[in-house]
Design a binder for this molecule. Structure first.
Ligand code: GLU
Length: 257
């Protein structure tokens, strides 16, 4: 299978912004194993701004764009250093790709991006993508990595897009506020009712909330890729998702029908 895995800041970093070493080590181990089993992995990783906040000892997520960009520039190094180190332990090679909304919309740049990723996959490397936050200002921004994950999954005809976050999946209501909220395991159609179930809330250091995940699910499923939202706190959940077990929320593309 070709699998796109999107890791959110809340999965990769502690609330301080500093890297969650235990979690990231396990994630890289499981992803390496999935690759060893014959799957192709494309990673879409957030965490640059969060880790920059931690490394620069800033008091919280910055609100102004230049500080966010500076934090991203620092944190992106930390992210790639960590992935390179951990995937190397399992004999895998990583590649960094940073893009913006303008790159996706530009025919030639988009073609170059696609060619590079395809070649990396042929060469057996793991492409790791993030938005190029130092370039992307409001006008050319993709916005959040859930959307980027969906664009990547459909562009490269992935079999599955997995979004790991700090929530178990899509609930019928906000589980933090409503004790009757029920986790939905399967979604076959993204109706207005489904959209209404999403609040705007995201974690303190990340960008997307459930709303951006549902938009991503729409892009992915319309493009023929199933998408799963699951809790990344236990990285071994990736095995269950790939095996098609009932974890998290799965949005069906209808392709398998
Ligand atoms: N590009 C941002 C980062 O790496 C993340 C955007 C998102 O959280 O979706 O920090």
């Amino acid at each position: 299978m070709r699998i796109v895995i999107k890791l959110g800041t809340s999965t990769l970093a502690h609330k301080t912004g500093r890297i969650n070493i235990r979690r990231v080590e396990k994630l890289c181990k499981v992803m390496s194993d999935l690759k060893n089993a014959g799957n192709e992995i494309i990673l879409v990783s957030s965490g640059a701004i969060g880790m920059g906040v931690g490394k620069l000892s800033l008091s919280g997520k910055p609100s102004d764009i230049p500080t966010k960009q500076a934090a991203a520039a620092v944190g992106q190094c930390e992210l790639m250093y960590t992935y390179d180190k951990l995937f190397s332990e399992y004999n895998h090679t990583v590649a960094q790709i940073l893009i913006t909304g303008a790159d996706i919309e530009h025919t030639v740049r988009r073609a170059n991006f696609e060619n590079t990723v395809r070649r990396l996959l042929e060469l057996g490397a793991i492409p790791i993508l993030n938005e190029n936050d130092t370039i992307a200002t409001e006008e050319i921004v993709i916005g959040d990595n859930d959307t980027l994950g969906a664009i990547v999954a459909t562009t490269f005809n992935a079999d599955l897009l997995i979004i790991l976050s700090d929530i178990d999946g899509l609930y019928t209501a906000d589980p933090h506020k409503d004790k009757n909220a029920v986790l939905l395991h399967s979604v076959y159609e993204i109706t207005d009712e489904i959209v209404a179930m999403t609040g705007g809330a995201g974690s303190e250091l990340g960008t997307g909330g459930m709303h951006t995940k549902i938009s991503a699910a729409k892009i992915a499923t319309e493009g023929g890729t199933d998408m799963v939202i699951a809790n990344g706190s236990e990285p071994e959940i990736l095995y269950d998702i790939v095996e098609g077990k009932d974890v998290g929320t799965r949005f069906y593309s209808g392709k398998a029908d």
